[in-house]
Design a protein around this ligand. Sequence first.
Ligand code: GLC
Ligand code: CA
Length: 527
Amino acid sequence: METDYLWWRDGIIYQIYPRSFADSNGDGIGDLQGIIGKLDYLEGLGIDAIWLSPIYPSPDIDFGYDVADYTAIDPKFGSMSDFEFLVKEAKKRKIHMVLDLVLNHTSDQHPWFIESTKSTTNPYHDWYLWMDPSPGGKPPNNWQAIFGGSAWTYDPELDQYYYHMFYEEQPDVNWRNPDVRKAMLDVFRFWLKKGVDGFRLDVFNMYFKHPDFPDNPRKIGIRPFDQQKHIYDCSQPEMIPLLADIRGILDKHKESYAVGETFLADPQQTAGYCGKDKLHAAFNFDFANNRWHPKRFLQSALSWYSALADDAWPNNFLSNHDMKRTATRYCFGEDDRRAKVALAMLLTLKGTPFIYYGEEIGMRDIPIRKKSDVKDRIGKIFWPLHKGRDGCRAPMQWSHDIHAGFSQADPWLPVHKNYTERNVTQQSTDPGSMLNFFKAVVSIRKAHPALQKGDFVPLDHQSPHILSFLREYGDDVILVVLNFSIRNLDYALPEGHWIALLNEKKNYQSSINLAPYQVEILQKLPD
Ligand code: GLC
Ligand code: CA
């Protein structure tokens, strides 16, 4: 039996968007008690950790990603004692807790920012990025906010501009100020003391901007934001020593973890933030952005692995709260076959898999039809070019009861119409469901160190529609064969005797026939 199981390397991390997971008190918004009520479900899935999108007090301009207090719980989600109870109950089930830290910016309702606007001599003034106007009263430079417009908002009282990469209600803090740095590092300490095991760092490579605030050079692009090379407003070298400080704090706690959301960065840059004295992991968006093609996925996995230093461990994801869901991107209608192939790939490739809530039942995005229905403000700003991120944030589909069993009241976002068929209760009893498929692959993964920490050996595809690879850890050798197409295909097995683990437990030698979208996971038998 393996004894050196490490949750964040060998396990599975499950992302919960708390507003949409389970509502315990009938206000239409998910909450901590709701999550507590679903811990047995999560344990049954076989996941090792939950990453909670922000649960701190927030005016919800960006649904929690505008934080007004880093060390409290928003009352709409519950209380600090609910949170402590959640951590304790999760621990009992060997589920680790990963919190989302949004430290690039605060809400404009954060007391630090409110103080900073009072006068240019206020001690908090320098906690944010305030600058005098350019000649003629113009913004200090050409930097743009990713959520639209200039990144600079003018305050007539102070006759200064403050900087924000996102909405104007999300002012960026001044990480060069030692008091800010200390306050932010104390946030890590606070939650570690509460028993939190890890953190997801929101847009961490934006913390520092170039100290001289030069104009960004221009390039071709659609929106003004895309018409600039973002070389001065993000990914500054000062981030590297800061990561060492963060890591120093984390390493005082056993098996702690940090995964960074790298923004506007390619896999090479992203990998540069991972490893010794840096983060444990960062997100490789390249992988999730692939078209439905085995070669593409393989190429991005391989380039991710080779970009990472030897002391860094890869991770992979296909969905999160900012993008269209996996099943929405790849499936036709309610046909789950591609979603199963994608899930199997995610769970068997080398790297910690991240699962977005509902991915295990193949949830689809809700359609966004009218601008007036949009809740995510960027959907209103960029309508109809970009309809916002409400689609992937709809309530979890638990049952065919009213509001999909998510809430007794009208949920904050509508439930997908397919909930009467597509829900946890229904799929639990259907042997062919996504949910049971997910659980089956997870239990194979759990039983095989090769699938957790094994080496990765890509194999000759034999067909452009097949992805196949070996995972190897000592004597444990697993072969994964994924048919990405609707064709029946023959696949010649590598030498040896193989036993199928997922489908009928048959022995194979020489070749197998793959049905459309078939997933095969086979174990090599000792000679
Ligand atoms: C990250 C979050 C996103 C948020 C943004 C600003 O990209 O994932 O949801 O809007 O940061 O905090
Ligand atoms: Ca609630």
